[in-house]
Ligand binder design. Structure first.
Ligand SMILES: *Cc1c(COP(=O)(O)O)cnc(C)c1O
Length: 219
């Protein structure tokens, strides 16, 4: 079941987009099944759960933190996390940087952009991102690297609305790329699209899709 779902999704998303299997709340056995089907990128939204699963599963998995991350918990994932998707403040980036120094590594991060119409989602407005990227405090951070942007579309049946939100994220990415990251080849990722909207996200330029229920079943 899991293997067949992954197979099907990989064909749909093509070669320019990578699949993150969102395995939150699912048992280690389900992740192992996905791993055996060739899946290597996994997304979790809780620190403790990611740490537990990381210790029980093979070393060559890329662990993606997709949930809202609290500053006091960064230290638990700093040694091994592949990409932190939900960075939404300079303060959090500073903590991640400090943990990067302690672990003698550069920790890859995405800035989470507020693209939905709803009030509930986390993220930064475009103007706040520009302010962050232009600040001297940001320029001093050597143990984080901004790999790109992440966004979550509105949870709505209105697919045109969803498409507009993804298009907006892609244009912001292009603008930031030319303004702030012209000489930084690491700024390449657009993380957008979940089970309900990944086809649209891919059309609009997603490089990473985060898919849970279409692989592992509903939670
Ligand atoms: C849970 C989650 C997903 C995956 O959602 P599905 O609808 O199960 O595919 C993607 N992104 C984030 C940030 C999530 O929390």
């Amino acid at each position: 079941m899991i293997a067949a779902n992954i197979e099907k999704i990989k064909i749909q998303i093509g070669l320019n987009t990578r699949l993150i299997a969102v395995s939150k709340t699912k048992p280690v056995s389900a992740l192992q099944e996905a791993y055996d089907a060739g899946q290597r990128l996994f997304g979790e939204n809780k620190v403790q759960e990611m740490v537990d699963k990381h210790t029980q599963l093979p070393e060559d998995i890329e662990w993606h933190m997709i949930g809202h991350l609290q500053s006091n918990k960064v230290k638990y994932i700093a040694p091994f996390v592949s990409l932190i998707h939900g960075v939404d403040s300079l303060k959090l980036l500073e903590v991640i940087d400090k943990e990067g120094v302690k672990n003698n590594r550069i920790i890859p991060c995405l800035l989470q952009v507020y693209i939905a119409k709803e009030e509930t989602k986390f993220g930064l407005e475009a103007s706040e991102i520009e302010e962050l990227l232009g600040s001297n405090n940001f320029k001093g951070l050597k143990n984080i690297a901004i790999y790109g942007l992440m966004g979550m579309a509105s949870n709505t049946e209105d697919l045109e609305q969803v498409r507009l939100e993804f298009t907006g994220l892609k244009s912001l990415f292009d603008k930031l790329k030319s303004t702030y990251f012209n000489e930084d080849a690491r700024f390449t990722e657009i993380s957008m699209g979940m089970s309900g909207d990944y086809q649209i996200a891919i059309d609009e330029g997603a490089t990473l899709v985060r898919i849970g229920s279409s692989i592992f079943g509903s939670r």
